[in-house]
Design a protein around this ligand. Structure first.
Ligand SMILES: NC(=O)c1ccc[n+]([C@@H]2O[C@H](COP(=O)([O-])OP(=O)(O)OC[C@H]3O[C@@H](n4cnc5c(N)ncnc54)[C@H](O)[C@@H]3O)[C@@H](O)[C@H]2O)c1
Length: 247
């Protein structure tokens, strides 16, 4: 097991990419706190994973709840070595249509939520002298635009720059912070539009010709959490996208 006895928090872990990361970490010996606003699914998933997993309800757009989540990790498992800021929502609307309400909702979850999680984890790790790993889930839409998704692209681009800037603040403490930029992955967030004509456009424009699975992203999150495999990697944005961004 690669990460025996490490302690991780995964936000947005009740489904999709977050759940796949939590399951893979548990298989590799990590004690995992699954966190989400979806309480029923999260509790069920933690129970299925077993005694090394637990659930904590947390809305990542509330900074005080995110601070409580990090405190909970220490109370429950005595540490925090890996923080995965994965929780996110989709959202449509271009520069003309996007309302204040949609903008604020998407930014507060997809960007401020990542800031609160990165800050709470970094403060804790620095205070305890833990050379931990913080992993932020961005998107190919953090570095490439897609029409009709102004708030989502802005938030995910913000996650890229947050990760770059924070890596400089944390490098001397030995705390690594990286981002993963998934391409199109089949999850609850995407299954309807991947089943529509949009899905055909995605497959046609993905060099590998198919959409990815949550487990593809989980493997990248395992690499970035593993301080043997990725000890010299910080401030990096790892694209896992079937070649989308290489076009
Ligand atoms: N699926 C893709 O194609 C894709 C591509 C690029 C990036 N991403 C990113 O991956 C991450 C996971 O998405 P997914 O595809 O697994 O979707 P998903 O809908 O399956 O999972 C997202 C999870 O986040 C939770 N969540 C939503 N708002 C929350 C909040 N305020 N606080 C805490 N939890 C909250 C949801 O309850 C859900 O369990 C997101 O950040 C998403 O933007 C997904």
């Amino acid at each position: 097991m690669k990460l025996q006895n490490k302690v991780a928090i995964v936000t947005g872990a009740s489904s999709g990419i977050g759940l796949a990361i939590a399951k893979l970490y548990a298989q590799e010996g990590v004690k995992v706190i699954l966190s989400d606003i979806g309480v029923e699914a999260g509790e069920k998933a933690a129970k299925e994973i077993g005694e090394n997993a637990t659930f904590f309800s947390c809305d990542v757009s509330k900074s005080e709840k995110v601070d409580e989540l990090v405190k909970f990790a220490e109370e429950k498992f005595g540490s925090l070595d890996i923080m995965v800021n994965n929780a996110g929502v989709g959202g449509l609307g271009g520069i003309i249509e996007c309302s204040d309400e949609d903008w604020n909702r998407i930014i507060s979850i997809n960007l401020s939520g990542v800031f609160y999680g990165s800050r709470a984890a970094a403060r804790y790790m620095k205070e305890k002298n833990i050379k931990g790993s913080i992993i932020n889930i961005s998107s190919i839409l953090g570095t490439v635009g897609l029409e009709g998704t102004i708030a989502y692209c802005s938030a995910k681009g913000g996650v890229v720059q947050l990760t770059h800037a924070a890596s400089l603040d944390l490098a001397k403490s030995g705390i690594r912070i990286n981002a993963i930029a998934p391409g199109f992955i089949e999850t609850n967030m995407t299954k309807d539009f991947l089943a529509s004509e949009f899905g055909d456009m995605v497959r046609a424009n993905t060099p590998m010709g198919y959409v990815g699975k949550p487990e593809d992203i989980a493997q990248a999150a395992l690499y970035l959490a593993d301080d043997n495999a990725s000890s010299y990697v910080t401030g990096e944005v790892l694209h896992v996208d079937g070649g989308w961004r290489a076009r």
